[in-house]
Design a protein around this ligand. Structure first.
Ligand SMILES: Nc1ncnc2c1ncn2[C@@H]1O[C@H](COP(=O)(O)OP(=O)(O)O)[C@@H](O)[C@H]1O
Ligand code: SF4
Ligand SMILES: [Mg+2]
Length: 331
């Protein structure tokens, strides 16, 4: 028996007003996140990962328009009134960002910031909130929590600030954590600690997680399933092992650093040549075609649809059979 998804996103499209025109940063994105599952969203800078994440709870600048469906607890968040959305945001659904400095208030001690969240989203009384604040700092691995609660963000190191931000995000015991490059700014040891912490909390609280990253190592280490984004679309999705082991989209293959040269030899490259298209000039057909070594005429004229290659694994590529062949996988 398959459980129902915790979060179900269908045909999510987000456009921005550029004055004379509108551009779409997220185009027709659909995915599910199961209870307790960690879904990774990966892609180069500008591929639409952050806008996708922010569109889920409409944490976007004015002028942005979101359409499609974001089904959470039986409600479509896309149509939800701002006041109801505010209750969901930071309550059932929490977000953590790449840069803790933007999420922490520099003039308030950490304790006050955690307790504000507890007051807004729980029924705990004053004593309960004090107790829970300390538990949360312990939970995120900040030593000497009782003392550090009364310190200000600038008294924390980068890694500890990130932990404090996670503690604030977790104060409401969210059912869904949306984490946007939560460890990118940190050194590798701290990155590992924080990713492991998110996994521990997933186990402990049973929460689902959508984790945005541009690092495939982070995906491999942390996620159950992954979706690869390019020019605002999901181009490949599936379990982490199948997608990383047997990529079916030329872009994913490129991200993995395996680009075919003459014949079927593989050469490891550090990055894909060329740059992603500007939102105002997305090529017709497959948006990746100008950079793709597999591209043929059909790629330049017809947009490929996301279709299943194997169970739970799908790619939007006209030549996925050829791509799979590159890694010695028969199509
Ligand atoms: N407020 C905005 N107005 C116009 N374009 C935006 C805005 N925010 C993001 N974009 C554009 O949307 C695209 C996707 O951005 P983003 O989701 O931040 O990428 P990623 O997180 O994958 O690096 C980029 O081309 C970016 O320039
Ligand atoms: S559809 Fe064509 S251009 Fe796009 S990734 Fe696949 S092979 Fe390359
Ligand atoms: Mg981003």
């Amino acid at each position: 028996m398959t459980a129902a998804p915790a979060l179900s996103v269908r045909n999510l499209t987000t456009t921005f007003d550029l004055g004379a025109s509108r551009v779409a940063a997220v185009r027709d994105v659909s995915f599910d996140v199961m209870p307790g599952e960690v879904l990774g969203l990966v892609g180069e800078s500008g591929s639409g990962k952050s806008v996708t994440l922010r569109s889920l709870t409409r944490l976007l600048p004015s002028g942005a328009e979101v359409s499609g469906q974001v089904i959470w607890q039986g409600r479509n968040l896309v149509g939800l009134a701002p006041k109801d959305l505010r209750k969901v945001r930071g309550g059932e659904i929490s977000m953590i960002f790449q840069e803790p400095a933007t999420a922490l208030n520099p003039v308030l001690p950490i304790r006050v910031q955690i307790e504000e969240n507890l007051r807004a989203h729980t029924t705990l009384d004053r004593a309960g909130r004090r107790r829970r604040s300390q538990e949360l700092l312990d939970l995120v691995g900040i030593p000497d929590a009782a003392r550090r609660l009364d310190e200000y963000p600038h008294q924390f190191s980068g890694g500890m600030r990130q932990r404090a931000m996670i503690a604030i995000a977790l104060a409401s015991a969210p059912r869904l954590l949306l984490a946007d490059e939560p460890t990118t700014a940190l050194d590798v040891t701290i990155q590992d600690q924080i990713l492991n912490l998110i996994l521990d909390l997933r186990d402990e609280l049973g929460m689902s997680v959508v984790l945005v990253t541009h690092d495939l190592g982070v995906i491999a280490q942390t996620c159950d399933r992954m979706a690869v984004m390019y020019a605002g679309r999901i181009v490949e999705e599936g379990g982490v092992s199948p997608v990383l082991g047997h990529p079916a989209h030329a872009y994913t293959l490129g991200l993995l650093g395996s680009v075919p040269q003459a014949g079927t030899e593989r050469t490891v490259l550090r990055s894909i040549e060329g740059t992603p298209p500007a939102l105002s000039a997305i090529p017709p057909g497959c948006a990746f075609a100008p950079r793709c070594v597999f591209a043929t005429d059909i790629c330049r004229t017809r947009a490929p649809e996301l279709v299943g290659t194997t169970e739970g694994h799908a790619a939007a590529c006209h030549h996925s059979a050829m791509v799979r062949h590159q890694l010695g996988v028969s199509a």
